[in-house]
Design a protein around this ligand. Structure first.
Ligand code: UDP
Length: 231
């Protein structure tokens, strides 16, 4: 793989606190990504917003406004994590699909690919810029746009199971599964819109637990303990 899009779940970044950031988790993600960047891998990043806000769970307000807050939550996440990456010694750029003053740059594929070619880690903040979408959709969209080889999905759970392991103690983890099976069995690895985009555009996924030791590095070394979703 030459270029990947790493999706970090907001929830996983919060660690046990479930909200805000767990500094050690963010610093460790930065350390692992640096190893890969130093080896020449191009890394783009999308971060979810679940550690701050989810539009669809805020029933008391208009959905489009709630989703705007959600998109801004992902901008905060990217600003925080990109700073942790800089502290770890990487160069970063943060792009948004809407103007955010001097905080971020307006997304363009050409600018993002140029930055990746220069060895910078690029962050795609603000989701797609539209309500009713998710950072899963933004992940699929941006991965396809920048012609990534795969999406690396770092979650608070360590792979894809046939049922929810939090509910069913006999849930079985898949080593590998096809995107069509994910769709047919409604496994909810990524949301439906994103799954269909990945299927149509042949974008594979590698799903793993962010909190497992060296999970990002291990994936690239072939010592992977999560689930491959093939296309
Ligand atoms: N969001 C949005 N459009 C996007 C991406 C995100 O409206 O393109 C909002 C939405 O409110 C979502 C929140 O940002 O709930 C956080 O994104 P994430 O994908 O983490 O949310 P989840 O899928 O967990 O609801």
């Amino acid at each position: 793989m030459k270029r990947v899009l790493l999706k970090l779940s907001g929830e996983a970044l919060a660690g046990d606190k479930k909200t805000g950031f767990d500094e050690a988790t963010c610093a460790d993600a930065a350390r692992q990504v640096k190893t890969l960047v130093d080896e020449g891998l191009q890394v783009a990043i999308v971060i979810g917003g679940g550690n701050f806000w989810r539009g669809r769970t805020s029933e008391s307000m208009e959905r489009t406004k709630a989703d705007q807050i959600g998109m801004l939550a992902t901008v905060m996440n990217c600003i925080y994590v990109s700073d942790a990456f800089r502290t770890a010694g990487m160069e970063t750029e943060v792009y948004t699909p809407f103007v955010c003053g001097a905080f971020t740059e307006l997304f363009s594929k050409d600018k993002a690919v140029k930055a990746l070619d220069e060895g910078k880690v690029v962050f795609f903040a603000g989701g797609t810029g539209h309500p009713y979408f998710s950072t899963d959709t933004a992940t699929a969209l941006r991965a396809i746009e920048i012609e990534a080889d795969a999406i690396l999905l770092a979650k608070s759970i360590d792979g894809v199971y046939d049922s929810d392991p939090a509910v069913n103690e006999n849930a079985v983890k898949y080593d590998s599964i096809t995107m069509e099976e994910v769709l047919d069995q409604k496994l909810g690895v990524i949301d439906l819109t994103a799954t269909i985009m990945c299927l149509e555009n042949k974008m594979p996924l590698a799903v793993f637990g962010l909190n497992e030791e060296n999970s990002i590095e291990n994936l690239m070394k072939g010592e992977f303990n999560g689930t491959y979703v093939t296309v």
